[in-house]
Design a binder for this molecule. Structure first.
Ligand code: ZN
Length: 198
């Protein structure tokens, strides 16, 4: 395989990038100074080499625990549960949430073989049971059918723990992805959260 074909094939594996765009990206890089291309390769390598995940919250991080979990200014009494680490970034952009996070790593999807054991749900209950100071769990799974099913499942699992369970308001477009919503929408969804506790 030629170097051009190889890079184009790699680009084409990325989400939202078709064959045509992949080719355009490759030819764009070919036109750039060598240093620019090497810098991109180094950045990609850096993500692969240096980024791992936080054993407490599941967020991507270069340290374990991550900077969010270690920040003494964060409120350990409120825990926001999200599907993907990508969602944390979106919620942080709002500047409205000062608690801690827990990344599930996806949502329940029996048809795709994703059950509770494939998500970080055990780690969540363990975290809540092991003497943490969490008083409220905000379930911020996506406003999709799978996100709702996951939220309902979590309520069942978390009920015996005895914490307050809330769900973000679904002013978010249904079927949408929290990570793609704008700041104002996410801030509203958080502040208008409703009780899930029975
Ligand atoms: Zn963390």
């Amino acid at each position: 395989v030629s170097a051009i074909d190889e890079l184009t094939a790699e680009f084409a594996k990325l989400p939202g990038i078709g064959r045509k765009t992949a080719t355009r990206l490759t030819y764009h890089l070919l036109k750039q100074p060598r240093a620019t291309v090497v810098q991109l390769a180094r950045a990609v390598q850096g993500v692969a080499d240096r980024v791992g995940s936080c054993s407490a919250c599941g967020n991507y991080s270069e340290s374990d625990p991550c900077v969010l979990c270690l920040d003494p200014k964060r409120d350990p009494r409120v825990l926001c549960v999200v599907e993907e680490a990508f969602d944390i970034e979106a919620i942080e952009q709002t500047g409205e949430f000062r608690g801690l996070y827990h990344v599930l790593g996806g949502h329940l999807s029996p048809l795709d073989g994703i059950g509770p054991d494939e998500l970080r749900i055990g780690a969540l209950t363990e975290r809540l049971n092991n003497g943490t100071r969490v008083e409220e769990v905000i379930v911020a799974t996506n406003p999709s059918m799978e996100g709702e099913v996951t939220a309902t499942y979590l309520r069942g699992v978390l009920a015996p723990v005895g914490v307050r369970i809330t769900r973000i308001a679904l002013g978010l477009p249904v079927g949408g992805d929290l990570g793609y919503a704008d700041k104002v929408t996410i801030a509203q969804a958080l502040s208008a959260r409703r009780e899930m506790s029975a």
